[in-house]
Design a protein around this ligand. Sequence first.
Ligand code: PAF
Length: 287
Amino acid sequence: MQTATTLEMLRSTIAGLREDGGDRGEGTIALVPTMGALHEGHLTLIREAKARADHVVASIFVNPRQFGANEDLDAYPRQLERDSQLLTEEGVALLWAPPPQEVYPEGYATNVSVSGVSAGLCGADRPGHFDGVATVVLKLFNQVRPDMALFGEKDWQQLAVIRRMARDLDLTFPHVSQIHGVGIVREEDGLAMSSRNAYLSPDNRRRAAALPRAMKDAAAVIADGGDAARTLGNLKETLRVAGFETIDYADLRDADSLAALDTDNGNTRLFVAARIGGTRLIDNLAV
Ligand code: PAF
């Protein structure tokens, strides 16, 4: 695996990959953007990318613009050596790991803001977060110019923001139909994999499994026609009893538009964000 840390290195290596053709001889490139601290969820994205393109380019960049003032930017796990090893083992062709000044040089002044889908859910609790995500993802698309990009469905709202941006800005690379969402990868007890799970104490890690369990139960009740408001109230209570100190939201939304729903509309997703031991966990599930 090659590693690029400057735009110049990135562009010349990408040009080489395009020429080389790769597995299918077409020189197609799939981008998997990450913030590092890789886990099985990321590796699933890489494998899916490999199945779809000649070359996989992974990026690792802990994007300061998507962290709020009181969030965990400094504490966010950074383990570039271990991540590089994992990406090499997965057959990634190129790692794009720029330092912050390569992405946001002196005088940087542009912000990408996607209204609508960015509002509510995590957008309400983390003001500016999705502007930071949209900005960096658009930059990564422009830098790498991939044929496709892959994102995990655990961050369903993020995926909706990126898809909206791609449609609105007529991005031809990746074409909108080539932004692929990849299903949530879960631990054995159902907890969605996340780099932030590493913050959990062993006791809280055990308690955290109540989140996917309670969500599954609530989704089943709502799908069976149960009262949504009462069921979401019960879900929050179950999480409090399990040890979650704050429930930021437990909401039903249309899976595509993310419009708020009071009852199941046949395309409903359940979204929850809750904190345990100070760690904010998010998850979502089809109803
Ligand atoms: O999902 C993430 O890891 C990040 O939000 C992303 C898409 C890499 C942008 O920084």
